[in-house]
Design a protein around this ligand. Structure first.
Ligand code: NDP
Length: 615
């Protein structure tokens, strides 16, 4: 086998500009001090005393409607991109009655809830907003802001006529298979008992805000809210900033993840005083946003969006492409790697040396991120505390051109908790290392629940054939065929990362899954059969395959600083965000689905059977 050195890659400190061994030691030390025995249990559920944190600030409080007991061809639960793209796919295959049930008062999902100042998409808009060619739409910026995304969601719903049968401001409480009529009965918090031939679960991977289990969290007497329910009545302003209500306020924010990074510059610009309570710094790469060039748009050839999505997906999955179409911070780590090695290097290197090359490319990337902090932040102590010491994909990478600058403002102070989190919350404010920081307003930018049971996060039970509860079936981890079908739950389709592929561009996954589901549903319709579910054997084979390949990222995540990517340091637990992903990655997963469809055998699914036989 060829060695890394044979390609002229030097491993010595002088030519690398850093000492790999020292960095490995530093990464390990930073990780070790953050590992906690309570893992995911450190967080509080937004229920009971904490349910005020999930009240909908945008709901029509007067909304009321008659209870429904009608039948739909399909009920889709969730009105975010998954639900919208499913709706579009069902429309394309001629489905007549499509009902989307959504908790919010409009479509948008993540983008309905996350309206905090500065919210924008980190993934390039030309690959993130789905169905752009079908909609004849090109986003106004390379990285689009939340209001445009929300308005695009509404455009999609209009275009595909999804408002017609939608049930907004409605929460599903249970869905139950009625074997006699071979339909799903969907119950909601509005007293509905409607039925559907098929159901699609599009609950979103990060839909349930979580709070830190900090001592005294309920004692704070000032104003408080979670970023996903931003209280503009209190702060004033809008998604563009201008938070005039904070002019005389001392504001604290707990959390420095992707959300906080986007809203902190606006808080810093408006608050009298801002304290940022940090446990782990994010990596802040260059944003370099720009307006869409109309000349570029004119030259786009049909099929451009799919090609661009696939090019990005391939590059961020470690594939090699002649061109990097998106060319941003996400793909740069792979450009670093390809810059280091000639093309034949990828084939000739041993797995171990390839791992080393990837690690060196990652070190290089993270060194540039740390150097950027020094170049921007004036105060050395603050700059040092803002430097992330972990591999880039241990946590969600962030991209921003004003976040670091905010720490140069006199009214902004970083309170670094040395990886330990804040000590406690009092009626007056937040305590770190014995010092109480008095606050008028405390904002939780503490993210969303992961690692808990699927039915807890979706908020309803799914009861399939023979009264089988999904929560029982999946109590030791999900069991699906291709991540989208589960035995005992006919005509029930799951969207999301569970036992399917993990993509940087989540919408790409939704596009492929919905295409796949529509293909199966169309086939069922054409053959006049009513039910489809996977065989138990096919499901068990898929679960085994997922588990067998799960070890691929295991070492990487085991060495990562804790966060939701590695289930707070418990990557091996079956309910983790990434622990059930298809180990060979999204390119291989999409190829597998494509080959399966092309084969035309529908292997693994029971269809073409009469209703009586399948019950
Ligand atoms: P995260 O889970 O990423 O961040 C939560 C933050 O809260 C972390 O900084 C965490 O620190 C901190 N925290 C938790 N408990 C404590 C504590 N006790 N004391 C102090 N700090 C604490 O949530 P986000 O809302 O930031 O992001 C969630 C996800 O949403 C992102 O990863 C991304 O996938 C998505 N997102 C996407 C965007 C986009 O552009 N497309 C924009 C924004 C979000 P620690 O790191 O130490 O755990």
């Amino acid at each position: 086998m060829t060695k890394l050195r044979d390609f002229g890659v030097s491993l010595d400190e002088e030519s690398l500009g850093f000492n790999p061994e020292e960095l490995r030691r530093k990464y390990k030390a930073e990780r070790d001090k953050r590992i906690r025995v309570d893992g995911n249990r450190q967080y509080k559920e937004t229920a009971g005393d904490f349910s005020k944190y999930v009240d909908d600030p945008y709901a029509d409080k007067e909304f009321n409607r008659a209870q429904l007991s009608d039948h739909s061809d399909v009920v889709i639960i969730g009105g975010g991109f998954g639900g919208l793209v499913s709706g579009a796919r069902f429309r394309e295959i001629g489905t007549e009655k499509i009902r989307i049930i959504e908790k919010g008062s409009d479509f948008g999902g993540t983008w309905y809830w996350n309206r905090y100042p500065g919210a924008m998409c980190d993934v390039e808009s030309y690959i993130y907003l789905p169905l752009l060619e079908e909609m004849n739409y090109v986003p106004i910026e390379k990285y689009t802001h939340a209001p445009e995304i929300l308005s695009y969601c509404k455009k999609l719903a209009d275009h595909y006529d999804l408002y017609r049968d939608a049930c907004l401001q409605t929460e599903v409480t249970e869905i139950k298979w009625d074997a006699r009529s071979a339909v799903w009965v969907i119950s909601t918090n509005r007293g509905d008992a409607m039925t559907a031939t098929s159901v699609v679960m599009s609950n979103g991977p990060l839909n349930r805000p979580k709070l830190p289990g900090i001592e005294g969290i309920n004692e704070f007497e000032g104003h408080t809210f979670h970023t996903s329910r931003w209280d503009y009545d209190y702060t004033g302003g809008s998604s563009d900033g201008g938070l005039t209500g904070l002019k005389n306020k001392r504001v604290g924010i707990i959390g420095t993840g992707a959300t906080a990074v986007q809203c902190i510059p606006h808080l810093g610009a408006s608050a009298k005083q801002l304290f940022v309570f940090q446990r782990t710094p994010s990596s802040i790469d260059v944003r370099n946003n720009r307006e869409t060039d109309p000349e570029w748009v004119k030259n786009l050839a049909p099929g451009w969006q799919k090609r661009r999505m696939e090019n990005f997906n391939s590059l961020v999955s470690g594939g090699s492409e002649n061109q990097d179409m998106v060319g941003d911070g996400w793909t740069e780590i792979y450009r670093n790697l390809t810059g280091m090695l000639p093309p034949e290097g990828f084939e000739k290197l041993s797995e171990k040396d390839m791992g080393l090359a990837t690690e060196l490319a990652d070190f290089k990337k993270m060194e540039s991120i740390r150097n950027r902090v020094d170049a921007v932040v004036n105060d050395k102590e603050t700059a040092d505390a803002l430097k992330p010491y972990y591999r880039q994909f241990c946590k969600r990478p962030c991209f921003h051109d004003e976040y670091l600058e905010t720490y140069n403002k006199d009214n902004v102070k970083l309170i670094d908790t040395q990886g330990l989190g804040v000590d406690k919350i009092t009626k007056n404010g937040v305590v770190v290392d014995g010092t109480e920081y008095e606050l008028d307003c405390l904002i939780f930018a503490t993210g969303f629940e992961v690692g808990t049971a699927y039915t807890r996060r979706s908020g309803y039970e799914v009861i399939g054939k023979n009264d089988l509860k999904l929560s029982d079936k999946w109590k030791d981890g999900p069991q699906t065929f291709h991540g989208m079908f589960s035995h005992g739950f006919p005509n029930c389709y799951f969207l999301g990362v569970i036992q399917s592929a993990l993509t940087t561009n989540f919408v790409h996954l939704l596009m492929e899954q919905t295409k796949h589901i529509a293909h199966v549903v169309k086939y069922c319709g054409e053959d006049n059969t009513k039910l489809v579910e996977p065989t138990l054997e096919a499901e068990q084979e898929w679960v085994t395959l997922i588990k067998r390949n799960a070890h691929r990222g295991e070492r990487f995540f085991a060495e990562c600083t804790p966060g939701y990517y590695n289930n707070e340091g418990n990557h091996d637990k079956s309910n983790g965000f990434l622990s059930n992903a298809y180990g060979k990655g999204p390119v291989a997963f999409f190829d597998l689905l494509e080959d399966w469809k092309k084969s035309g055998t529908y292997e693994g699914l029971m269809i073409n059977e009469r209703v009586e036989e399948i019950r």
